[in-house]
Design a protein around this ligand. Structure first.
Ligand SMILES: Cc1cc2nc3c(=O)[nH]c(=O)nc-3n(C[C@H](O)[C@H](O)[C@H](O)COP(=O)(O)OP(=O)(O)OC[C@H]3O[C@@H](n4cnc5c(N)ncnc54)[C@H](O)[C@@H]3O)c2cc1C
Length: 422
């Protein structure tokens, strides 16, 4: 690595996940010299094993009116889709309190508008990336939402209609549901289809995106864990275990580990890890498109010859700790919806940490008190989908061309508080 010698129009991006790589792409497009520093290898955080959904017509923040009651009722059960490990810590308790405050109708509506503004050009931005070489083998067949009862499907359909989602027809049951998705088993009692939403293979996307940004002159340094990011007013220094980098700006896009890097700057960003799990199964007949199990809170995403199965929101344990019990809970919740799949022969078991914010919106913008250090994290369950839009916004914030309507609600200052650096 060339240390300490970069001058003028340079940016160091911390983290080689999809947010860091998309930021690098757009920063390079804007004419800046970009270095990405990654502690392991690209995509080593939450970016490869996710469900691959790109659904800009379905975005809404997780804190929503009425979400708390059902979630609390499921909490004591280790097999529930939302699971908080016993021994609640102070950080998590503070998060849950703030989350509860964001479930009002007014805040949810404002959050939905902010996410929709960020997600507005998502398909176009993915198409541009694909044209540049970063293709994730996109499938645009839309999503099928499958529920355990007509009542539950009807309620979810009402919410999606209220959001303005492109619903294809109405409620499907019996033979109509079987015709829409022949692979579904008896647990699926009712459902509906939403058109146009896409899925990609996120692992392919990460690899092709890394190759694309490298081809555009971005240096990606792997095995370079960042230990500190500092700013002296005109320059930023990124310290890594293999040397230091000086640049005009730094972008902290280190997923859940952004929390520690900001803490070192004396800034608490109020996020917690919401871990999810995935694995793949084979089946004689795979679903034709993404299937959302609305009641089981599990997603089936066809990827090549196998099906990725993803789910769970686990709070309260280390970001990289894997718990086999969570995978077993997903299997138990999902197998009735796809009885012919080879559940026992599952492969590729994986855990990833979503960066959860108490208002459900990402944190994109300057770290409070720092002008040259930006944060790009906190994407909750939507980081793959929002990565290209985040990259464009990051580049706009660095070059002074960001749309203020998009940027303002996402500024990290809204959740930040001063903490003792450590
Ligand atoms: C089960 C599951 C399903 C999901 N499904 C979807 C979906 O369908 N659609 C969607 O849009 N989103 C989905 N998500 C969310 C999405 O995966 C994340 O929002 C996204 O991966 C976040 O990307 P990131 O780049 O911010 O973080 P990460 O992918 O975690 O990347 C951060 C990177 O920073 C590196 N790093 C950390 N610390 C340092 C350091 N000190 N120095 C250098 N490098 C460092 C890490 O090694 C890592 O590579 C899902 C998540 C899970 C868990």
């Amino acid at each position: 690595m060339t240390a300490g010698s970069i001058t003028g129009g340079s940016v160091t991006v911390v983290g080689g996940g999809i947010i860091g790589l998309c930021s690098a792409f757009h920063l390079a497009e804007a004419g800046l010299r970009v270095t990405v520093v990654e502690r392991g290898t690209v995509g080593g955080g939450a970016s490869r094993g996710n469900a691959g959904e790109i659904c800009p017509d379905l975005v809404a923040p997780l804190p929503a009116p009425g979400v708390i009651g059902p979630a609390l009722r499921g909490l004591p059960r280790p097999d529930s889709a939302l699971y908080v490990r016993p021994g609640l810590d102070v950080e998590l308790a503070r998060f849950l309190l703030r989350f509860a405050r964001n479930t009002t109708r007014r805040r949810h509506a404002a959050g939905t508008r902010a996410l929709a503004a960020l997600a507005r050009d998502t398909f176009t931005l993915f198409d541009e990336l694909a044209a540049a070489g970063a293709d994730g083998d996109a499938d645009a067949s839309g999503f099928l939402f499958a529920h355990a009862s007509p009542e539950s499907a009807r309620a979810a359909l009402r919410e999606h209609r209220a959001l303005g989602a492109p619903v294809d027809g109405g409620l499907l049951q019996g033979a109509d549901l079987a015709a829409a998705e022949p692979a579904l088993g008896p647990a699926a009692r009712a459902g509906y289809v939403i058109r146009e939403q896409r899925s990609i293979d996120p692992s392919l996307f990460v690899d092709r995106l890394a190759a694309t940004v490298r081809a555009r002159g971005v240096e990606i340094v792997e095995g370079a864990r960042v230990t500190a990011v500092t700013e002296d007013g005109t320059r930023v220094r990124v310290r890594t275990v293999v040397g230091d980098l000086d640049a005009d700006h730094a972008v902290i896009a280190a997923g859940i580990w952004s929390r520690e890097l900001c803490r070192q700057l004396g800034v608490g960003i109020g996020v917690v890890a919401g871990k999810g799990y995935s694995f793949s199964v084979g089946a004689d007949a795979l679903p034709r498109r993404v299937v959302h199990l609305g009641d089981a809170r599990v997603v089936f995403t066809p990827m090549g010859k196998r099906l990725r199965v993803a789910g769970t929101m686990e709070f309260g344990s280390g970001a990289e700790e894997f718990h086999a019990r969570r995978v077993a809970a997903i299997v138990a919740a999902a197998r009735g919806y796809l009885p012919d799949a080879d559940w026992a022969g599952r492969q590729d078991e994986w855990v990833g940490a979503r960066v959860m914010t108490p208002d459900g919106l990402p944190l994109i913008g300057p770290v409070p008190g720092r002008h040259r250090i930006l944060l790009a994290s906190g994407h909750n369950m939507l980081g793959l989908m929002l990565a290209p839009a985040t990259g464009r916004l990051v580049a706009g914030l660095v070059t002074g061309t960001a749309d203020p309507v998009v940027a303002a609600p996402l500024a990290p200052g809204r959740l930040a508080r001063r903490v003792r650096p450590r």
